[in-house]
Structures are given as structure tokens and as C-alpha cells.
Design a protein around this ligand. Structure first.
Ligand SMILES: [Zn+2]
Length: 141
């Protein structure tokens, strides 16, 4: 386990309109405000198209699955960490029957709106380092 403390002094607020891609828009906002280290504090909205990525096995290398949907979906939550300018985010979606979740991929398209708040860490540096199984671990200093 690796641990560290962070301080959030500023936020970036992102409001997406119909048709905008959630991940691509977040990456643009991260670049625009030069966010090096941070976290997604809040995220919700609606999508009309989604692409999620998930692992489906417990062995190595992991087998991966991409789930694609074209339907109305509620964004229940959006979470993630920005380390060295790179976002790793997961999203939870739902329809009237069930919830879906996974790694946020390009292809999650805003239906009516999506609203997201990013917290910017100061005095904390994060980076991802591949472990011996090529899994990019989070390192804090
Ligand atoms: Zn992931």
C-alpha cells in the first residue's frame, strides 16, 4: 500500500452539452487548466451512447471487455484520479432496469447534460508506475 496527503485549493467545473464526449471533454479541460494532479469530486448527467471497459478474469494477463450501448442512460457517478496530467476515470450508469459500470472510454456521449467538478491537488505529486505485471500503480510523493 502507498499513501499520501493532498490539499485541494482550486476546482475546475465542466458543463457539457448534448453530443459532447465525456472523456475527450475532460481531457481538454485538464489540458486547458494544466491540471497535473487531482481528482473528480462529482459527476452526473445523461448519455445517449456509452463505451465502458472492464476486466472479465482474475488471472494475468487480464482479459478485457468493451461494453457499448446506444440508449438513454443516467450518469449516477463519475470518479477518477489525475496523475501527472493523465486521467483514469470510472463511471456508473443506469437505465430503468439496472446499473452498469466500468472504465470511462471515448464514446460516452452527452444526451442532455453532464456536470463534473475536478479538484486540483497542490503540494502532492502523483505518478503511475507499471508494476512487474504491467499494471500502472499510483505512486504518491
Ligand atoms: Zn480503469
Amino acid at each position: 500500500m502507498r499513501t499520501g496527503k493532498g490539499k485541494i485549493e482550486e476546482t475546475v467545473i465542466v458543463s457539457l452539452d448534448k453530443g459532447e464526449d465525456v472523456l475527450k471533454s475532460l481531457e481538454k479541460a485538464i489540458d486547458k487548466y494544466d491540471v497535473q494532479h487531482g481528482t473528480i469530486l462529482s459527476g452526473y448527467g445523461t448519455l445517449d451512447k456509452s463505451t465502458l471497459h472492464m476486466v472479465t478474469t482474475t488471472g494475468f494477463p487480464p482479459e478485457e471487455y468493451f461494453d457499448n450501448k446506444e440508449q438513454a442512460l443516467e450518469v449516477i457517478s463519475l470518479d477518477g484520479i489525475i496523475a501527472d496530467g493523465e486521467l483514469h476515470a470510472h463511471i456508473t450508469l443506469s437505465d430503468t432496469e439496472r446499473a452498469y459500470g466500468g472504465h470511462l472510454e471515448p464514446g460516452c456521449r452527452t444526451l442532455y447534460l453532464c456536470e463534473i467538478v475536478i479538484g486540483i491537488f497542490t503540494e502532492t505529486n502523483l505518478k503511475r508506475v507499471d508494476n512487474k505485471q504491467d499494471i500502472p500503480e499510483l505512486h504518491i510523493n
